[in-house]
Design a protein around this ligand. Structure first.
Ligand code: NI
Length: 255
């Protein structure tokens, strides 16, 4: 079985003590490749050293995370993203988007950052990886104005309604499904079966959002198997089929 974790923050401080153990455990569980979203310039070196240690397995994204869009650092952070994209290749622009859960006061700047980075993705012909929290309307507004063939990617940690799922798909987005699908009150498990599997990719978002039975604890990429098992139940398919289809979907976005 080959799984792809399309969203994991393996460079996080949460893994400082045992990063190699965590990565090996995921590999042993069948996770072949790890897609690494960026946060801000403070983490770039950590991402590069992770890639250096596992060059065949790590795929790096570049971008400025919406909760790290701050008026005092915005200019430098965006310049950093642009400079990195000029220097080397990345597999996606992410994670980018809008988060109104943590801070509503930066909405205008978050919208600007999101739009600017979508335009960078188009320039480099890369997918985008969207972070959206309490901001579906705001995210869709930007996607609507930027839609087109060259706009595509993943709606990471999708937690919306069925209607919002179809809307995201209409903008050429796959839905990133992770631990939330295993939560009793996660809601998406209620309608996921109505969304064709061709639109689904797997992710952990480690170290956050651990699936049941590890909910509330540190998440890690080996738990991707639990997400895949949940999807096997929801879609009434074998684990091997879920792995094969979602991995193909991920590769279709990133390669
Ligand atoms: Ni993330």
């Amino acid at each position: 079985m080959q799984l792809i974790d399309t969203h994991t923050h393996l460079y996080s401080e949460a893994f400082d003590e045992d990063q190699d153990v965590i990565i090996q455990r995921a590999i042993d569980a069948g996770v072949q490749t790890f897609y690494i979203p960026a946060i801000d310039s403070e983490y770039t070196e950590r991402m590069f050293s992770l890639e250096k240690m596992y060059p065949d397995r790590m795929r790096l994204m570049m971008g400025l995370h919406p909760t790290h869009v701050k008026s005092e650092s915005y200019k430098e952070e965006m310049a950093h993203v642009i400079a990195q994209l000029e220097q080397r290749s990345f597999v996606a622009i992410g994670e980018i988007g809008i988060d109104l859960y943590w801070d509503k006061s930066t909405l205008a700047l978050q919208q600007q950052a999101f739009r600017t980075q979508i335009q960078l993705a188009k320039k480099y012909k890369l997918p985008i990886v969207i972070h959206c929290r309490d901001a579906f309307d705001e995210v869709f507004e930007v996607l609507e104005s930027e839609k087109g063939e060259e706009l595509f990617g993943i709606f990471h940690c999708f937690t919306g309604t069925k209607e919002e799922a179809f809307k995201a798909i209409s903008y050429n987005m796959k839905l990133g499904i992770g631990g939330v699908a295993t939560f009793k009150n996660g809601k998406i498990d209620q309608f996921l079966a109505e969304i064709s599997l061709e639109h689904i990719v797997l992710e952990t978002d480690a170290p956050y959002l651990s699936p049941v039975p590890y909910r509330g604890k540190r998440n890690e990429s080996s738990y991707l198997v639990l997400v895949a098992e949940k999807l096997a139940t929801i879609y009434n398919r074998s684990l091997a089929e879920i792995a094969q289809i979602t991995s193909a979907n991920a590769l279709a976005v990133f390669e």
